[in-house]
Design a binder for this molecule. Structure first.
Ligand SMILES: C[S@@+](CC[C@H](N)C(=O)[O-])C[C@H]1O[C@@H](n2cnc3c(N)ncnc32)[C@H](O)[C@@H]1O
Length: 293
């Protein structure tokens, strides 16, 4: 299950009814309506990280997509979704699988016409070890399951440039659509397509992206800005800032979308070796950022 919902997102699966991350289908359906979707019987749609969202059902009942395979790594979620969709089991199936591992037993290579991801890549990018470890395997797996010319629709709260830096390694970018929300920052729908040419170096390129990501965490400019902001905020006679304020200064607003205050507090405790640390000195803050690179 996901670890860091962005602000203004409620707790997932509150009572095991259905729960929508980011936006309900009604607010994203135009993204799909603008696609040239085929609806013959063999057309396969895959919903990756379905959670307890109504998306799979809506793609079938509202857009007429004939076969929707939904995957989640959470066993409880999958049993719940199977029970909820008993009435549509000829068209909708639910499977437990880890999408960062090859799962051709669930979706064969090149079988999917459309893969839909609503906030699941977000979840992976927030998970422990990410962004270093996880996304490469994820992207590779989506690429594997799509047919040539098939579409991958990603609905995400991450920044467009950040997503494109990863996803354009495997897919061509068809469109990027801003989706407004009543609560919380806007989110983005990226429509991507698997091209015809072979990408023999894809795995290497994805791995290189992984290595690149955290590099400029402690650039000279960032250090200077941090020092200036820190000194301005220090109260007279104090040598440290409370953790919540340190988080404000140390973590940029785009990073905050993927890195919550509670994750930060946990990392500070882990790295400093002191559970219950409530404040940081400037030296400790710089040391922390250097360690996190
Ligand atoms: C943020 S929720 C989004 C749920 C749903 N797509 C929605 O829009 O409401 C992410 C979902 O992805 C699932 N998930 C996370 N990592 C996964 C993985 N490696 N393989 C399969 N599912 C995963 C989680 O269990 C969770 O249900």
């Amino acid at each position: 299950m996901c670890c860091c919902p962005p602000t203004a997102m409620a707790v997932p699966f509150p009572n095991f009814g259905s729960y929508e991350w980011l936006l309900p289908f009604a607010d994203v359906k135009h993204v799909f309506q603008d696609l040239p979707l085929r609806t013959e019987g063999t057309v396969l749609t895959v919903v990756v990280g379905c959670g307890t969202s109504d998306l799979s059902r809506e793609l079938h009942t509202h857009l007429g997509l004939p076969q929707v395979v939904s995957i989640d790594n959470d066993e409880e979620v999958v049993s719940h979704m199977k029970a909820q969709h008993e009435d549509l089991k000829a068209a909708l199936s639910f499977h437990q699988a880890d999408l960062t591992a090859p799962c051709s037993h669930v979706v064969a290579d090149g079988a999917a016409d459309l893969v839909v991801d609503k906030s699941t890549l977000d979840c992976l990018l927030c998970s422990e070890g990410a962004p270093k470890l996880v996304p490469s395997a994820w992207v590779h797996n989506i690429y594997r399951m799509l047919r040539v010319g098939g579409c991958y629709v990603v609905i995400s709260f991450h920044q467009k440039e950040f997503l494109m830096s990863l996803l354009s390694l495997a897919f061509s970018i068809e469109s990027a659509i801003d989706l407004q929300r009543d609560v919380g920052p806007d989110v983005l729908a990226l429509v991507l397509r698997k091209g015809t040419e072979e990408l023999p170096e894809l795995q290497k390129a994805l791995d290189a992206w992984n290595v690149q990501m955290p590099k400029d965490l402690m650039s000279e400019t960032r250090r200077e800005a941090l020092e200036a902001d820190w000194l301005q905020r220090l109260r007279p006679g104090a040598s440290a800032l409370p953790l919540s304020e340190a988080y404000e200064v140390m973590i940029s607003s785009s990073e905050k979308r993927e890195y919550s205050l509670s994750d930060f507090e946990q990392d500070v405790a882990d790295h400093g070796g002191t559970a219950g640390t409530t404040e940081l000195t400037l030296q400790e803050a710089l040391h922390f950022l250097e360690q996190m690179q």
